[in-house]
Design a protein around this ligand. Sequence first.
Ligand code: GSH
Length: 336
Amino acid sequence: MPPTPSPRASLPPGLIVRLGKTVWQGLWQIMMAKLAPTDPAGAYVRPPSQFRAGLQPEGDHPSVPERYRLIVGMGCPWAHRTLVVRALKGLESALPLWIVSPSSNEGRWVFDDGEQEWRALADLYQTAQPGYQGRSTVPVLWDTEARAIVNNESAEIIEILNDGLNDGATRAEVDLYPLALREKINGWRDRIYHAINNGVYRCGFARTQAAYEAACTLLFETLGTIDVHLAHQPYLCGESLTLADVCLFTTLARFDAAYHGLFKCDRARLRDYAHLWPYARDIYQQPGVAATCDFDTIRRDYYGNLFPLNPGGIIPLGPDPADWQQPHERHSLLSR
Ligand SMILES: N[C@@H](CCC(=O)N[C@@H](CS)C(=O)NCC(=O)O)C(=O)O
């Protein structure tokens, strides 16, 4: 007969909870501080990008098709902006991609195909600037001849791609940053950056309740305002798609799949908005854009790699990506 197990003394449940909370909250604060720097009020502050050059006909980085590489991670909304502009301009041949993926154990980007001389993106940053101390972020516009990072700020890379490589563009006539609309575009871009693009991160990376609530309130106020705005015109700045729409789109593309759950942006889903949701589908259905949206990678990168926000590592199934192909029915606005 097997021996009868003797009753074991166990820790009182209250003590286990208190111990678990103290250890986990201490660890959480340490990991969050590394992942996302905050101001004294606990609000997330994104570090500024450090490489800010452009392409000039006679400068260090001349406008020569196929000389540059665009380095992206498919989950990243900032990199996604550059992919959308590359697709809309037809720059696929003129500007080849190097794709990186997050390595969850190392907490950094690594090259996917092993064809580059570097294993990690951080190593490429060291080649560009030995001793570089900043964050090794995507997107990067890399000059293969000068072996230099031209630019690592998505807001500037999309301007560069709009007209900097037109000789190699199959849709050179597409102008997403027309002179006459620049002031309007910049206004929307800055507002969207603060409240929405970075706003979702300020919700997800907030370290105090007050910082989260402030970010979340501004996020949904701004989404509501834009939803009303888009009832009367097809795009943010009027009749034509611009860089401002591209900047908004890449956050919308991740909204229901990642931000709604993981970043606690849960007052509404994208698909609850009468105008924003068809507007986002309209952009998704423009030539080449669907191929830039990798919803599986988006969910895997966010839920699988932001460990402090999802320590269990379970990746939700999320909404059906086929929904993005539903007719958007915004043609009536375009033909007014
Ligand atoms: N200001 C940059 C931000 C880019 C950025 O934060 N990229 C993230 C991925 S979504 C990254 O590479 N993070 C790596 C890190 O911070 O170490 C831009 O818009 O280009």
